[in-house]
Design a protein around this ligand. Structure first.
Ligand SMILES: Cc1ncc(COP(=O)(O)O)c(C=O)c1O
Length: 453
């Protein structure tokens, strides 16, 4: 078990010796290089990434072999491939391997070819995309659905289409980059509220409405936060939005299909299906393909999205194969088979959290497909991730800008098909790696005090 009282000191730790520089710094330092030559002014970034690669602590852009699944073979940057347990892909209900999903892809390829060949606003729609829109609308209880090429595009497109410069946005401090970047592009009137803190939301709405009764306010949150595995009080947020004539947008990328009765996500668990103003999400976590969507009850808002969401209007639509895969996955997720897969997934989440907790590690949030193990320091996340990859356990070490500075963690993503033996071996090796890397518990209660760097 690791010792909480000894902070990781790269200058003294035996693993870190000889890794000088590779454990220091973060990408924030390189975000805005100076100089007139746009192509060559990122030399310092290149040197830092190369150094980290050389020391095995650059966990990004590795290449897995084969389809996503509980076991993967992953090629490191030095070309060496390791086979091991995969906690680093999102395929929460294991639908990427489901025979009916593969069959749907084959049929769509034969019927409609591999390509949408146009934006949805031009001739990029297909029968497959229309069926998907209807199926999503039924699950969400919101019939006006607009599809996007990715979840990122859906978030950015929705916010920038619906909100303009005179409007206001109130957004959770831990909201996903797609939502934050959409907010920043839409208006300068962005207020960030403390994570999950509805009192803070109320305060900010009151402050805005005291000065402006004319313009719109969009409140932005997530159904299941992608790094902290926790959820807001959706009924209260929607109530506050009504009270202050604001509009609520909830990103359900990580919970729709994977959690909640019938796969309806946290919204369904909280009795809010069909009662949230705007719901957006991704197909890539549970529905076995790339793609995103935005749904609401207002036809006029759908028109606004179709014509003013850049990634819908000016980007090619989902391919027929992607749409058919998503529809088949949705069909399974909302069936009795989906209930059984969700039960497997939740059992895995409870078991893995219990194993990690018993080993003295701190898992953020509650049981869900996302199990985030707190390390705090970026250096310890890097070292633990490297040690795990060497042992054949693939996790995502997450640091700024994915999470705030000093709030690094190892993010493990579960699938319904992970076996108990894989969880036990994984937990033991995660605990060993965290001990060797000096990962510690958070000093204070999570979420409230942290701010994105
Ligand atoms: C909360 C959240 N929203 C949106 C996205 C973007 O989804 P996609 O991968 O489909 O672009 C992600 C992906 O990581 C996410 O975590």
């Amino acid at each position: 078990m690791h010792n909480e009282s000894i902070p990781f000191d790269p200058a003294r730790d035996p693993i870190a010796l000889g890794m000088s520089g590779a454990l220091d710094g973060n990408v924030a330092r390189f975000a805005q290089p100076r100089g007139p030559d746009l192509l060559r002014r990122s030399g310092a970034l290149d040197a830092w990434v190369t150094l980290r690669m050389r020391h095995g602590v650059w966990p990004y852009a590795r290449v897995p072999e084969g389809a996503p699944g509980p076991v993967a073979e992953v090629a490191e940057h030095n070309g060496q491939a390791t086979r091991g347990i995969n906690f680093a892909s999102h395929d929460y209900l294991s639908l990427a391997a489901h025979p009916a999903v593969h069959e749907a892809a084959r049929r769509a390829l034969c019927d409609a070819g591999p390509h949408s060949a146009g934006s949805a606003v031009l001739l990029g729609n297909t029968g497959h995309s229309q069926v998907l829109e209807a199926a999503l609308g039924a699950l969400l209880g919101l019939e006006q659905v607009v599809l996007f090429p990715t979840g990122w595009a859906a978030a950015f497109g929705a916010i920038t289409a619906l909100v303009h410069g005179a409007d206001h946005i109130v957004i959770d401090t831990l909201a996903h980059a797609s939502l934050r970047q959409g907010a920043a592009a839409a208006t300068r009137n962005v207020l960030v509220h403390r994570h999950l803190d509805c009192d803070h939301v109320r305060e900010q709405l009151a402050r805005i409405r005291a000065a402006d009764v004319v313009n719109g306010i969009l409140v932005v949150t997530e159904g299941l936060f992608s790094m902290d595995a926790d959820s807001p009080d959706l009924p209260l947020l929607q109530h506050l939005c009504r009270e202050y004539r604001a509009t609520l947008l909830v990103d359900v990328a990580h919970d729709l299909g994977a959690l909640g009765p019938g796969g309806g996500g946290v919204m369904a668990s909280q009795g809010m299906t069909g009662r949230i103003d705007i719901v957006m999400g991704s197909l890539s976590k549970t529905f076995a393909t790339n793609g995103g969507f935005v749904a609401c009850a207002e036809r006029s808002a759908r028109r606004q999205l179709q014509l003013f969401a850049g990634p819908h209007m000016f980007s090619s639509a989902l391919s027929p194969v992607q749409a058919a895969v998503a529809t088949a996955s949705l069909g399974i997720a909302t069936s009795a088979v989906g209930d059984a897969l969700r039960a497997d997934l939740l059992r895995n989440a409870v078991e893995l959290r219990a194993l990690l907790g018993a080993a003295g590690l701190h898992c953020l949030g509650g049981p869900s497909p996302i199990v985030s193990v707190w390390t705090g320091s970026e250096a310890s996340a890097r070292v633990a991730g490297m040690l795990l990859a060497q042992e054949g356990v693939f996790v995502n070490p997450v640091e700024f800008p994915g999470v705030p500075l000093g709030a690094a963690r190892l993010r493990l993503q579960l699938m319904a098909q992970h076996a108990s033996g894989q969880l036990r071996r994984g937990a033991r090796l995660v605990a060993d790696a965290c001990t060797r890397a000096g990962a510690g518990r958070p000093a204070r209660a999570m979420g409230q005090e942290r701010h994105r760097g």
